[in-house]
Design a binder for this molecule. Structure first.
Ligand code: UDP
Length: 481
């Protein structure tokens, strides 16, 4: 389809990890609905996860398409078919995965040269995107995948290095020079702050390239974290736009059920949820990357059973060890829980579940997207952060907006050994009960609901994110050749 006169053409280059790819695809769809021509660059296997959604958009005359580049898995030493961070299962594979991402520079550059878009929105993890954009004389916008609060915490840690002055890993320190009092310990910090690893250099490059870019586009809304977006813009001096919550661009059930990956279980979940009372079900999910040990899964199962609550629990383990069926579940668990719960193995239709009125709480690893989706659905959360910036996000939920109860996992943990247990069943039982029942739970729920209402208003016509998005488009139109 030919572009209309004055129509902006924006290229989106998402990191190949669900927590970055899903929101950037949503964002591209959101911009396309505002009249932009949107092109999403991804690899063949990743494309299969959202091509149907894009096809449906096209049938509505929305100008959006997928541009494919081959993922150099084999060249980087990865098994064929490993095209997404969710297939990475060890630190060694992670290193190769980032090497493969770096190899995408040339094919991406070639695509952009052929197509000559007006702007490139690229994930932070592609530092070379700023260079490509500069060659084409177009603006590059950075997408971090996280909100203003964690962006400000990261910036403060990098600038002031408070963790360098501590006597021990467990000593608490206040994150300097930020609105509010945020207390952390060294062991809550991402591993690249604790030791130099393959991400140290990449993040360094990424931050330098961000400083040379046109600005930053954030999946958040003004009313959620006003002090931090102001700090980011005024104190840190960055140009930034709120465009979220982007998950709200999925309006019908088909879009929601297929978001990220088709979830065949969605009809069963919806009919089960519809048979339950409002706010009576706990949703348990730890994002797209976390892989718990068998011992930890057993503790979760015991904690859920002891709580007596109804639940939907997502477990990323699709295969069992040694061919043994359900080895990680306590004896007879599924039979006993027939009425009480559903276990989803693999991928869940998260936004569809969260927004159901029967869901009254969310046990989450505090990935930015999950957290924002919980906020948007207006549910209080049990916070169980594991890695990345999740331990910062936990502080925001528990001490900032006060809609979370911490489970007590206070160590940054990315990879697990088979017997590792971070949280015992007793602590799980206690935290989930606090979030689901009682006066405190009701107070948190009403604060969460108020935030959820603001989130929905933000993306409606005239809302804060809607206005910010249109302001950005106006500015890009003025700056485009
Ligand atoms: N997600 C989903 N179903 C799942 C697991 C995850 O839809 O079974 C989605 C979730 O809704 C969110 C994203 O995947 O949009 C995960 O991003 P997040 O930032 O929460 O965590 P990450 O996976 O990056 O750790």
């Amino acid at each position: 389809m030919d572009s209309k006169p004055n129509q902006l053409h924006i290229y989106f280059l998402p990191l190949l990890s669900p927590g970055h790819l899903i929101p950037l695809v949503d964002m591209a769809r959101q911009f396309a609905r505002l009249g932009v021509k949107a092109s999403i660059i991804t690899t063949p296997l990743n494309a299969t996860n959202f091509s149907k959604t894009i096809e449906r958009d096209k049938q509505l005359d929305i100008e959006i398409s997928i541009r494919q580049v081959k993922f150099p898995s084999v060249e980087a030493g990865l098994p064929e078919g490993c095209e997404n961070a969710a297939s990475v299962t060890s630190p060694e594979m992670s290193l190769k995965f980032y090497k493969a991402l770096d190899l995408l520079q040339q094919p991406v550059e070639q695509l952009l040269e052929e197509d000559r878009p007006d702007c490139l929105v690229a994930d932070l993890f592609f530092p070379w995107a700023t260079e490509i954009a500069a060659k084409l004389r177009i603006p590059r916008l950075v997408f971090h995948g996280i909100g203003f609060f964690p962006l400000c915490v990261y910036h403060s840690l990098r600038t002031h290095k408070p963790h360098k002055k501590l006597e021990s890993d467990s000593e608490a320190f206040i994150v300097p020079d930020l609105p509010g009092t945020i207390k952390l310990t060294k062991r809550q910090l991402p591993d690249h702050f604790q030791e130099v690893n393959h991400l140290t250099e990449l993040i360094d490059k990424a931050i330098k390239s961000e400083l040379k870019s046109y600005g930053v586009i954030v999946n958040s809304f003004h009313e959620l974290e006003p002090a931090y977006s102001e700090h980011y813009r005024k104190v840190m001096g960055r140009k930034a736009w709120h465009v979220g919550p982007v998950s709200l661009c999925n309006r019908d059930n088909e879009d929601k059920a297929q978001r990220g990956r088709a979830a065949s279980i969605h009809e069963k979940c919806l009919s089960w949820l519809s048979s339950k009372k409002p706010n009576s079900v706990l949703y348990v999910c730890f994002g797209s990357l976390s892989l718990f040990s068998t011992a930890q899964l057993l503790e979760i199962a015991n904690g859920l059973e002891a709580s007596g609550l109804q639940f939907i629990w997502v477990v990323r383990r699709e295969k069992t060890y040694d061919g043994e069926k359900e080895e990680w579940l306590p004896e007879g668990f599924e039979k006993r829980m027939e009425e009480k719960g559903i276990i989803i193995r693999g991928w869940s239709p998260q936004v569809l579940i969260l927004e159901h009125e029967a869901v009254g709480g969310f046990m989450t690893h505090c990935g930015w997207n999950s957290m924002l989706e919980g906020v948007t659905a207006g549910v209080p959360m049990v916070t169980w952060p594991l890695f990345a910036e999740q331990l910062f996000n936990e502080k925001f939920l528990t001490d900032g907006v006060r809609i979370g109860v911490a489970i007590g996992s206070e160590r940054w943990s990315r990879w697990f050994h088979e017997n590792d247990v971070l949280v015992k069943s007793e602590a799980i039982q206690k935290a989930v009960s606090l979030v689901m029942v009682g006066e405190e739970a009701e107070e948190m729920r009403s604060r969460a609901r108020a935030l959820g209402d603001m989130a929905k208003k933000a993306v409606e016509e005239g809302g804060s994110s809607y206005t910010d998005m249109n302001r950005l488009l106006e500015e890009l139109r003025l700056n485009c050749p």
